[in-house]
Design a protein around this ligand. Sequence first.
Ligand code: ADP
Length: 402
Amino acid sequence: MPIPDSANILIVDDLPENLIALEALIRREDRTVHAAGSGDEALSLLLEHEFALAILDVQMPGMNGFELAELMRSTERTRGIPIVFVSAAGRELNHAFKGYEAGAVDFLHKPLDGYAVRSKVAVFVEMYRQRSEMRRQMEALENSRREQQSLLEKLNATQMELERAVKMRDDFMSMVAHELRTPLNTLFLETQLRKMQLERGNAAAFAPDELRKMVGRDDRQIRNMVRLIDDMLDVSRMRSGTLSVRPVQTELSALLRRVVDDLSEQASAAGSLITLDAPQPVDGLWDEFRIEQVIVNLLTNALRYGSGKPVEVSLRPTADGAHIDVRDQGIGISAEDQKRIFRQFERVGGGKSADGLGLGLYITRQLIEAHGGTIRVRSEPGQGAVFSLDLPRAADLANGTA
Ligand code: ADP
């Protein structure tokens, strides 16, 4: 509550000439005197203002000074206001308000002695000012305590965030190292083996058929490493906001056919067959390379977690673009896991076929959203999974980069 600079003083008397005389005695620049001609009038002023002091005439028709004081004492808002009673009766009246002495009460006697009135009022006003100042200081103290508390909370949150980020980076580094090590180890072993065969002059090991298989194996390991590194680069571009999406006129059924064909060998290695259901061309403005990357990610997952069962891709035009479903009949994803698989580094534990950095779906969603589209998953454990994409025809590139 703001503390007024001017102290309010209430004077209550049924005789206007008394009010005028009293006001003249106590008026000062830093005080505002509110005069009331009756108890009722005084009560409405009491509701309106905060008072440093109330000077009440005891003898008034209607509500007398004591009755008014009684009412003031019974109300929280006015209970603490010091009261000075003014009375024409003798000093024996000083005890008349005994029952209500909780709080400062004082007496003045008619005819009023100017000096006594002024000094009493000065004491009460000074007390009021000190109380107000104390309250102000307490409030300031409380505010600064609260500010400190909230700063501390922010600091704690930042520290936790930082620790999480550092841990995430460390986990990421060891995951990357591990993931790169696997294909590198295989390549290293292959080269050692070849060196040995060469030293032994074993030409049969390098017959065209063997050589073809060798090159195929090398190719797979190298592709794995390139994919990992590309994913990492994409994530860091996404974080710094420099991953660009360049939409060009694209036809999706041809794009899907190409991706499905490219992955057919991988599919048969996984024991799955990929079928494409794209009965009509669907044209729009999309970044061909990025959409291909999205479909490859979804299909690779479908093969990886598809338990060797068929995988279906379907494409349909929609009112404002395209809808693509990638459906597998594999291990499925629990509702709980569905919430986190689109985040960075989130992988669902279990399954030895599960290798990867947990970046694929994160990148996929960022790329789809960069096109103004949406991706969602429907699945139940053991019942396979359907990843559905909705892409607006003209990529909504409000954000320009992903
Ligand atoms: P990862 O590189 O681990 O595959 P992703 O981001 O592509 O990373 O996938 C995150 C996790 O989501 C995977 O580890 C896997 O547990 C789960 N997941 C993704 N696709 C499927 C799917 N088609 N069926 C079952 N689980 C899946």
